[in-house]
Ligand binder design. Structure first.
Ligand SMILES: N[C@@H](CCC(=O)N[C@@H](CS)C(=O)NCC(=O)O)C(=O)O
Length: 321
């Protein structure tokens, strides 16, 4: 415990000193940082059970209600259906090494969930990383597909697209590619300054992180308070690094930019989400039910699209508990 506390404090000091922090300094925290949103992700309620389920037609009598329910549900599912691969293309064994609220991991999960590719999850301890000791690549997500190791969220998604979905990679100038790049180069950098904006939001974030992550009992307590304090300072440096003056304004602007990109379409992909929709949804999932995510939905037009994404991505394809 003392070792963790002092290393956290050391990093806090180095960040607070305001010098240029090397990426490895905030990274140790970033990896824990976006960690553990139980309110979002796969556990988010499936809204359509309420909106389109049998209760929708209750006032029409039993037969009418059932007919309405069946019709509306299937009409809904037709529009918002998942797109599973042909069964013969499904791999036998897919294992995701992740941190629960890491935005990059959630991007991969959004893909696996939407395409209904069953996967197991191994939650990595961000301090010891003992679950990925065998790997030379030390970041998450790592995806093992029938024994083959895939690293880096965007590369993983490209590989899965080619191997399982038999999809050709979109061109560099393609709209989908452009917005996927925007997610990796812009959107993800706006998240940390927001979820650690002030002490109460930093504590809220670390409460999620420690409640849902793979930590020992002592790590949980230490990481919650020391991590929140450290990230509060680190996020100030991240703001400087990415030229963000007002973090909330930057988050709202990103959300509005995305809605503008939709240009009236249900999804960027049209009537079905494409990889950019899945990427934006995936990285926003861990923050959606934190203060920053609630503010974002309240103050921008992104909520409708986000709800559609929640519905269409549906239940998790994760197979282990
Ligand atoms: N470009 C990578 C970034 C992955 C990444 O930075 N993951 C963080 C967790 S959110 C991590 O593992 N950091 C560990 C470290 O930097 O040591 C991707 O898209 O997968």
């Amino acid at each position: 415990m003392r070792r963790i506390t002092s290393s956290v404090l050391l990093r806090t000091l180095s960040a607070a000193r305001g010098g240029a922090i090397s990426f490895s300094v905030p990274n140790r925290f970033l990896q824990v940082a976006l960690y553990g949103s139980s309110a979002g992700g796969a556990r988010a309620p499936r809204r359509w059970w309420f909106t389109y389920g049998p209760f929708a037609g209750a006032s029409l009598g039993v037969a009418g209600a059932l007919a309405t329910a069946v019709a509306t549900t299937s009409a809904y599912q037709e529009v918002f259906a998942k797109e599973p691969p042909p069964p013969e293309a499904l791999p036998n064994d897919v294992v995701l090494y992740q941190y629960e609220a890491c935005p990059f991991c959630n991007k991969v999960k959004a893909y696996l969930d939407y395409y209904d590719i069953p996967y197991k999850v191994v939650e990595v301890n961000p301090l010891s990383k003992k679950e990925i000791k065998w790997s030379e690549y030390k970041k998450v997500p790592i995806l093992m597909v029938d024994g083959e190791q895939l690293n880096d969220s965007s590369a993983i998604i490209d590989m899965l697209g080619e191997k399982i979905m038999s999809k050709k990679k979109a061109g560099e100038d393609d709209e989908e590619t452009k917005w996927r790049r925007w997610v990796d180069n812009h959107l993800v950098h706006v998240l940390s300054p927001n979820i650690y904006r002030n002490t109460s939001e930093a504590l809220e974030s670390f409460d999620y992180i420690t409640s849902n992550g793979n930590f020992s009992f002592t790590e949980k307590i230490t990481v919650k308070y020391a991590g929140a304090a450290a990230m509060y300072f680190v996020s100030k440096n991240l703001k400087k690094k990415y030229n963000i003056t007002d973090e909330r304004a930057a988050l709202y602007e990103a959300a509005e930019t995305w809605v503008d990109a939709l240009n009236g379409r249900e999804f960027l992909g049209g009537s079905k989400p494409n990889l950019a929709d899945l990427a934006v949804f995936g990285v926003l999932r861990p923050i959606r039910y934190l203060r920053s995510g609630k503010d974002m939905v309240e103050h921008t037009r992104i909520g409708d699209w986000y709800s559609r994404m929640e519905s269409v991505v549906g239940e998790s394809a994760r197979v282990n508990a």
